[in-house]
Ligand binder design. Structure first.
Ligand SMILES: *Cc1c(COP(=O)(O)O)cnc(C)c1O
Length: 818
């Protein structure tokens, strides 16, 4: 693209919330199904951004007028912002002449990339994709980080549709390819598995070398059929099992504590030892070994480095810490990109005002320590950190570059652990960000709150996926209220609400005033509807700007006299009117309408922001007629009230199931509940949602019992043959229903489904693990991705809602991002 972008622009920005250095950034306004970057131009201009790329189709008259006075800004109008971004980066990529490794394939891309970075780091200055930045936007943003000091680049590319790889090839221009593998399924977005392979191969149309595993016959065939004709000088390096005909024959021999990988090829025979044992890790590692051998690294050196390899955790975890702190655990790598992402996540956490970082030396190539820590200092300043604890010789030696109100430095992790006054860490969010050699997991271990063994893990990425799924169903015109009542369906209201606020939902809904207060106290500023507020709670509603649902003559009169007494109508929270159209729980009925209308007309102090009702059987086809009737009654009633008010209000009737089953009833807003948490109540579209919560516990003890013995209270667990019985650290006080005892409930331990035996106790449950591979201390899954909560609910004739909201307070919630 031939536009003269600011040559000083150092940062490309596609998410208006992740801004770090506004004056040096170009913002690309991207219009997606759910987000539209064009809506945020003004905010960005306010924050100091002066260069924008916008799309012709979105460049409306009002935008044009709104930005007309920005004489100091540049605005480029292009057909597609993503294409412009890709073209800009592809131009820049041409300036570099170093080996660039491009990784594609169904699984393992990020692991292979992270491992190669670890394995190749000594002796190279490496630039790599941060986390799994491998999309149409992620790849250009990764490649943009290339600079003239780098000696090796390692990027990954993922696609979800045909033709996408064609665009990524010129952006990345890899010189060496690694095709990790191909999964058995053929995904949406591709006609067939073959097509998926040929599309992925387009990343390699100009590579000099391609490493792949020949055991994947389809990959091998398509390389010959599709890739060679367009890349005739391609050198392939294939590896595979002894009879695969590959250039390098590989065998795995598993020993007691390790695995020996043997490779035999033209250049010799090699054996490597590794502590990894599972198939996927061994495959990923073999790709790395083949790459390193070809790169000319001595086998002895490879062996030494492999033994230092650590498993890759892509998870960024949010945990509860000591002294009311929250901890963001990112103790696995530390470069500038990763740091900037983690800081963004930190600034999303509204639960605590104060923000602290424990930061190791930053591993970055190509800059003097002075430049590098100058940048780090600026980043910390931009994100308004309150406290910096630097750990490492480099960061300590640059201490004078930092200007944070509280800062201290330690030469290494051990001296930090020994000397640091841990009681000074309280009521704050702590980002723990360290490169691997610093073993920051020891720090996390020291400051995290200890669990009693049972945890509910919440996958924040899955939550966002589910939110976006419903958003794309309802389209942009319908607003979304998310129900976070009952501790966000057991998942943790402060954390879930902070994420929803970040993702700009329109409203939150809670059941009681106290729940709303808790949200406000954790920094939530979104409008909040309270469904069941009572007279004693009105002061809280007023103080915390929470909006009550008015559902009866009595309730409306109480509220009205309360606000009239306050005599400050301008500051009164607005209200929501609930109409009863058939649920017969709360709500005004038809014969209340005349009274309601006269009240509303006489009391303009009552500002109504929405009118709503609730379907009784949105999830079941047999109630379709009834639902339709409810809808019609609602529209009629709401219409009357609106007319009487003389202004329009939001109208809403659909819950999660309704969104799926009644696209015509969406009106102005929907109320999303259980679907956000990964359960599609109608079952019709469960495939489209991701599992959010996993309830896990551990095995406390294993006993070997013989026929005739019994287990637990009342001797109800009868042993009929020699059995192994495991005691789990979960009981009905944690939400493991007593009805799940005596074989009704089943848990998953190391891949084996095991039934309960005997009665569930308050804090413990026994399961029959005969024949399963299990040791004391092993993790056990109660429900999660592998063991759906819907099955668990069904076995005791209840619904997932009850299971989720019944999970006890003492079960620690752990939040993570992939
Ligand atoms: C809880 C609740 C919802 C959400 O219901 P789901 O079935 O979880 O989607 C919607 N509206 C009202 C009034 C609710 O109480």
């Amino acid at each position: 693209m031939d536009v003269g972008f600011n040559p000083q622009a150092a940062y490309l920005l596609t998410d208006s919330r992740q801004i770090s250095f506004p004056e040096q950034s170009i913002f690309f306004a991207i219009k997606g199904d759910r987000h539209d970057g064009h809506l945020f131009l003004h905010d960005l201009y306010q924050s100091g951004v002066r260069e924008f790329v916008v799309e012709e189709a979105s460049w409306s008259d009002s935008l044009r007028q709104g930005t007309a006075g920005w004489s100091d800004a540049k605005i480029w109008v292009v057909p597609s912002s993503i294409k412009a971004l890709q073209e800009l980066v592809s131009e820049r990529r041409k300036q570099f002449n170093i080996p660039v490794v491009g990784i594609a394939g169904s699984n393992g891309k990020t692991i292979v990339k992270e491992w190669l970075v670890q394995l190749m780091a000594p002796g190279q200055r490496i630039v790599a994709s941060p986390k799994s930045y491998n999309s149409q936007i992620g790849v250009p943003l990764s490649v943009w980080n290339l600079n003239k000091e780098h000696t090796l680049a390692i990027f990954e590319a993922g696609i979800s549709q045909a033709h996408e790889m064609e665009y990524l090839q010129p952006v990345m221009q890899p010189t060496i390819g690694i095709f990790t593998n191909i999964g058995p399924a053929h995904d949406n977005g591709f006609r067939s598995r073959k097509q998926k392979i040929t599309e992925k191969l387009r990343l390699f149309t100009k590579v000099k070398k391609l490493i792949y595993r020949k055991d994947y016959k389809d990959i091998d065939e398509e390389i010959d059929l599709i890739l060679r004709p367009v890349n005739p000088f391609l050198q392939t390096i294939s590896w595979g099992s002894s009879n695969s005909g590959a250039d390098i024959r590989v065998t795995y021999q598993s020993k007691k504590d390790n695995t020996v990988i043997s490779l035999i090829g033209k250049s010799g025979a090699f054996n490597f030892e590794t502590g990894f044992r599972d198939q996927a890790s061994l495959e990923n590692l073999t790709h790395c070994i083949v790459f390193m051998l070809d790169f000319g690294i001595a086998s002895k050196v490879i062996q030494d480095r492999i033994l230092l390899l650590k498993p890759v955790s892509m998870r960024l975890e949010l945990k509860e810490g000591i002294n009311h702190c929250y901890i963001i655990d990112d103790a696995y790598n530390n470069d500038l990109n990763g740091l900037s992402m983690a800081l963004n996540f930190l600034s999303q956490q509204e639960q605590r005002q104060k923000k602290t970082i424990i930061l190791s030396d930053v591993l970055q190539s190509g800059q003097t320590p002075n430049e590098l820590y100058g940048m780090v200092s600026k980043l910390l300043k931009e994100k308004a950190l309150n406290r910096l604890i630097g750990v490492g010789p480099q960061i300590s030696s640059q201490a004078n570059l930092f200007d944070i109100s509280e800062q201290e430095f330690f030469l290494d992790t051990e001296s930090f652990l020994k000397e640091f006054p841990f009681n000074t860490l309280s009521d704050c969010v702590i980002l723990v960000k360290g490169a691997r050699p610093f073993s920051f997991e020891k720090i996390v271990h020291r400051i995290q709150q200890k669990a009693h063994g049972t945890v509910l893990e919440i996958n924040l990425d899955a939550l966002v996926h589910n939110l976006n799924y419903y958003r794309s169903k309802i389209g942009r015109k319908t607003k979304i209220m998310v129900m976070v009542k009952a501790f966000a369906y057991g998942s943790g209201s402060a954390e879930v609400a902070a994420l929803l606020q970040y993702h700009r939902v329109d409203y939150l809904g809670v059941a009681y005033a106290d729940e709303g207060v808790a949200l406000r106290q954790s920094g939530i500023t979104l409008p909040v509807m309270v469904m069941n507020a009572t007279l004693p709670a009105f002061d809280l509603l007023w103080e915390y700007k929470l909006e009550p649902e008015l559902y009866s003559r009595r309730m409306l009169s109480d509220w009205l006299s309360y606000i009239l007494k306050k005599n400050d109508a301008a500051n009164a929270p607005s209200v929501h009117l609930k109409l009863d159209t058939g649920m017969h729980r709360l709500g005004f009925e038809e014969d209340d309408y005349d009274w309601l209308i006269s009240q509303l007309q006489q009391n303009p102090a009552l500002r109504v922001s929405s009118i709503f009702s609730h379907l009784v059987g949105a999830d079941e086809g047999i109630h379709n007629e009834f639902s339709k009737n409810q809808y019609q009654q609602f529209v009629k009633g709401a219409g009357l009230l609106e007319k009487a008010l003389g202004y329009s209000t939001l109208k809403h009737i659909l819950n999660s199931a309704g969104i799926v089953r009644f696209p015509d009833y969406r009106l102005d807003m929907v109320r999303l509940g259980i679907g956000l948490y990964g359960v599609e109540a109608t079952g019709q579209e469960q495939y489209a949602l991701q599992s959010v919560g996993s309830l896990k516990t551990i095995v406390s003890q294993i006993k070997y019992l013989s026929s005739g013995e019994t287990v637990g209270y009342s001797r109800s667990g009868q042993i009929t043959h020699d059995s192994a019985i495991a005691t789990l650290a979960i009981g009905y006080a944690d939400g493991y229903d007593r009805g799940l005892g005596n074989g009704i409930g089943k848990i998953l331990v190391n891949g084996t489904l095991c039934p309960t035996i005997g009665n569930v106790c308050m804090d413990m449950t026994m399961v029959d693990v005969t024949g399963a591979k299990v040791e004391e201390g092993d993790e056990v899954i109660i429900f999660g991705k592998e063991l759906p909560i819907t099955e668990l609910a069904k076995s005791i004739h209840t619904i997932p809602y009850e299971i989720l909201t019944g999970i006890g307070d003492r079960v620690k919630r752990i939040f993570y991002k992939e």
